[in-house]
Design a protein around this ligand. Structure first.
Ligand SMILES: Cc1cc2nc3c(=O)[nH]c(=O)nc-3n(C[C@H](O)[C@H](O)[C@H](O)COP(=O)(O)OP(=O)(O)OC[C@H]3O[C@@H](n4cnc5c(N)ncnc54)[C@H](O)[C@@H]3O)c2cc1C
Ligand code: FES
Ligand code: FES
Length: 498
């Protein structure tokens, strides 16, 4: 049993015990290691000023493409604890330039393109762009290769700048000659490091002092037994939710159980041609990679989920367990007939997602239970699937309303509905399925019904099945209009309304 967590920081070995393991990583870097290049602005995962690069050799489901595993990816250090870095290799902004004769090509491009004014956000932008460059290098680059403006914008959705404006930063990103960039992995990661990290990751970790305790077992059984014995312990996924609440002072992350040493939880794979499973330690970025060709609609939808720095940490299981009625993945999981695989003191059991949410932020998990995996359908190409998110701004925002639609057609021409599944978030205490609306649509042949009277009738039923609340993100009436429009948009996108 280990009494410390182990990680590498800028190529140097770090062993940390209870004294500092409960700190947010950004505080540890700044106040314990003097690495003040990592900035903290929002402490909520929203601005990217605290971005650092992280590689975790444990995350190695063989079913993921090379570009998704064993590479340095940007993460937010303000909402993740030091304890969670166990088994990782980290690189901060200070190390980039010190390893080369001068500035790196990314840093030089920021200077040359006037991408920095007050400079407070700049380390975060440099780390996010370095992460993009690393990914491109991993894919292989030709002489003189450049990032596209679109790639730059997508990689920077998690970074905010108050004074420079974004165009000079995009210009800087596009100006970087990728073939002149050195790989972070080549500079900061070695075989010896990998060997040591992989070896220690086989040992459980347990330590505590009067302020902080941390347990990371290597088996589901030990995790369940611990949770059962210690009901006040908090199971931590990636802490992208929990870290924010902790930083706001609403909870204290002082007694933690982490599942990061349980190898089977990193698995993501197809169970059959029409069904797949995602372990509870798989990040949303990894899931997106895996699903890119299998469910492009969901992969694309995940582009609207948070930012790269969040998705490189956050898990599907965390999003589902959180139980928020506006969480973005449950609508898809509902229409994909997901099953929540739960591990507990008596072994595993399966809960259909329809039965998982018992009320506002209340789930069917019993004491000692947690999610080990989530299984769901891979919709057939002959089905129609659409996922929508409406928020105040496109990127890095919380949904006002989200929706998922899936039609199984009776005919190859996609005119007659055999079955339809609809799920909505933001219109009730939990994400809702709409059984009466679905029943009313069943069997309809929409193309031969051009005036869509039936569809208008169905819209009436749709309204009767939801009870949207009014809050900061929109009034009840606004949400009703949104849902109706999304419903009609979906059917128009199928080309069935005239
Ligand atoms: C800036 C920012 C943007 C965000 N944007 C979005 C967004 O666009 N859409 C969206 O839906 N969410 C968003 N979120 C919320 C959050 O990122 C997601 O809910 C994420 O998926 C949570 O996963 P996690 O692993 O970090 O969970 P954690 O924060 O670790 O845990 C969340 C909850 O789930 C529980 N939990 C975690 N893993 C398990 C498990 N295996 N079994 C049982 N319980 C478990 C924890 O105990 C906790 O109660 C955002 C958060 C931030 C900070
Ligand atoms: S300080 Fe803003 S994301 Fe971390
Ligand atoms: S340069 Fe000042 S906040 Fe970006």
């Amino acid at each position: 049993m280990r009494k410390t967590v182990l990680f590498y920081l800028n190529g140097k070995r770090q062993e940390v015990g209870p004294e500092h393991a409960g700190l947010m990583l950004s505080d540890y870097l700044r106040y314990e290691r003097g690495l003040v290049g990592t900035k903290v602005v929002c402490a909520e995962g929203d601005c990217g000023a605290c971005s650092v690069l992280r590689l975790r050799p444990m995350a190695s489901s063989k079913n993921l493409p090379q570009a998704a595993r064993n590479i340095y990816l940007p993460i937010n250090s303000c909402i993740t604890t030091v304890a969670q870095m166990d088994g990782s290799s980290l690189v901060t902004v200070e190390a980039l330039a010190s390893q080369t004769a001068g500035l790196t090509p990314v840093q030089q491009a920021m200077v040359s393109s006037h991408g920095s004014q007050c400079g407070f956000c700049t380390p975060g932008f440099v780390m996010a762009l370095t992460g993009l460059v690393e990914k491109k290098l991993c894919d292989g680059v030709k002489k003189g290769a450049r990032c596209t403006p679109r790639e730059a914008k997508n990689c920077l959705t998690g970074n905010l700048c108050r004074c420079t404006g974004y165009q000079p930063i995009i210009d800087a990103a596009v100006a970087i000659d990728l073939s002149k960039c050195a790989s972070v992995k080549d500079q900061f990661y070695s075989l010896a490091q990998e060997r040591e990290l992989k070896k220690v990751l086989k040992d459980p970790v347990k330590f505590q002092n009067e302020h902080f305790s941390f347990f990371a077992p290597t088996t589901l059984k030990d995790a369940a037994a611990f949770l059962r014995r210690q009901p006040d312990a908090r199971l931590i996924g990636a802490a992208t939710d929990l870290g924010v609440v902790h930083n706001k002072g609403k909870i204290r992350l002082s007694k933690l159980l982490s599942l990061h040493l349980i190898p089977e939880l990193y698995d993501v794979k197809k169970l059959s041609p029409t069904r797949m499973t995602v372990g509870s330690r798989v990040t949303l970025s990894e899931l997106r990679h895996f699903l890119k060709d299998k469910i492009p609609e969901f992969a694309k939808f995940l582009d609207l989920f948070a930012s790269p720095q969040i998705k490189n940490l956050a898990t599907l299981s965390g999003n589902v367990s959180n139980g928020s009625p506006i969480a973005d993945t449950p609508p898809f999981l509902l229409i994909a007939q997901a099953t929540i695989i739960v591990a507990g003191p008596r072994g595993k059991r399966s809960i259909p997602i329809e039965k998982f949410y018992l009320g506002y932020r209340k789930t069917a998990l019993k004491p000692g239970e947690f999610i080990s995996a989530i299984e769901f359908d891979l919709p057939k190409k002959t089905e129609s699937l659409a996922l929508y998110k409406v928020s105040q701004r496109k990127d890095l925002d919380i949904s006002g309303v989200n929706a998922a639609f899936r039609i199984t057609w009776s005919d190859a021409k996609k005119t007659k509905i055999r079955e339809v599944r609809i799920a909505l978030g933001g219109v009730g205490p939990t994400t809702l399925r709409l059984p009466r609306t679905e029943a009313a649509l069943k069997g309809l042949t929409l193309k031969s019904d051009p005036n869509s009277m039936r569809l208008n009738e169905v819209v009436e039923i749709l309204h009767s099945e939801m009870q949207p609340l009014s809050d900061l993100r929109g009034t009840s009436a606004f949400r009703r209009v949104l849902v109706e429009n999304l419903f009609l948009k979906f059917f128009r996108e199928q080309g069935v309304l005239q």
